[in-house]
Design a protein around this ligand. Sequence first.
Ligand code: PLP
Length: 490
Amino acid sequence: MKPIFLDHASTTPIDPAVAEVMSEVLRGELGLGNPSSSTHAYGRDAAAAIEAARADVAALIGARVDEIVFTSGATESDNLALLGVARGRADRGRHLVTARTEHKAVLDPVKQLEKRGWQVSWLTPDRDGRIDPAAVDAALRPDTQLVSIMHANNETGVVQDIAAIAATCRARDIFLHCDAAQSAGRLSINVDSIGVDLLSISAHKLYGPKGIGALWVSPRVRPWIEPLMWGGGHERGLRPGTLATHQIIGFGRAASRVREQRESDARHVEALASRFRSGLADLEGLRWNDHPVHRLPGLVSLSIEGVEGESLMAALPAIAVSSGAACDSATGEPSYVLRAQGVPTELAQSTLRVAFGRFNTDDDATRAAALLRESVVMLRARDAPGSPTGEGWGMGEAGSLREGARIRCFVRLDAAQRISAVEFRAATCPGVWAVLDGLRRELVGRPAVAPTVDGPRDWAHRFNLPTEKLGRLFRVEEALGAAIKAAGEP
Ligand SMILES: *Cc1c(COP(=O)(O)O)cnc(C)c1O
């Protein structure tokens, strides 16, 4: 059986009506020509279909049609907004304001600008994940060219007070870019009433295809933004290249569908989220990272005390969720978003993001909660306090959840000072558990004097663990050594 898809903050399945209209384009029944070919009907028809899609996308955010620039997705929209305005404004000053909790599609281009001499004020959210508009105001300088603050966070679903931040920026005549990839289609957005100047959206977060998005560029910013590429002047000179007809037409259909369905979608996913939450009501040691009021409908972010994150994910193959602690592969650090929000490392590492979508059912929510509850109970039992039954156990402990391995080892010796039994109680990843299970068998019958057994480097090799896990194995060695010593003491 396929896992239940509960990862709608990372992408959404394509709406059947969207798939249908895209298939028409792929079959050549619609939009066959190059939309730039105005000399024949094929081209003109394609251009008309594109413009209709553009109108649907514009309507979703309350914009005018000619202010929409199609891009390859919100990542490109964010890059075009930040780097494009930076190029257009560089001779007026080189200061930007953004938040530490932005998506990488904003953080990375901002860091590139920082390397090229731009100064950046990095705002930190409050404990509830929100950026104080007063903090934005305090960061603004006479040489500030752009502020970039996302509408809703992709890990926690926390929604910012963009209208208040926009008012602050307007009062100083500074441009505001907003990454609305998560909120477009989930919250009502009107670019005029919230008062932003640039807004990024993505089709695949609102039941459209991947690889297509848009940047809304206000008339106020238009003279001040430069393209990142050149090659034919498409999209009013901001994004060259033959328009991706099938994607854009699919995006348009997704935008019009989601505009009709947004409110019923929101009610549906909120009901699923509260069903999921109540399914966990009797479980202790949960921290909810999503905001009680200002949050995306249907997104739940929770950190679970006393369990190790990887083992939690491994125990849940039946649900497709994101470990909100999305371990940054480069650094091995848990989520920078949760850390910036003040979630301690040991909790950030055991965080799940569950994001419900239009096609989920009540049963999905009930089962997801039940599976999660069972897994947590099972993992906590493997780390339960107390010692194994019987007399004469020596105990050694080492490590912590922060390090990804909290290990307690119990050893019993026979009259000849040989190891007769070994037990572990631990919270750690499945890889280290494999080592513990191996050691439990191998150690029986060995003398209780060093070297009792080979060490962490050999274990990593024998059990095929990556070198990042060595630190955890050293904690195992420590606990084991202490337990053997304690068992030998009278
Ligand atoms: C998904 C997402 C992006 C990236 O969008 P793509 O279309 O996949 O490039 C950017 N920002 C946020 C907040 C997102 O959720």
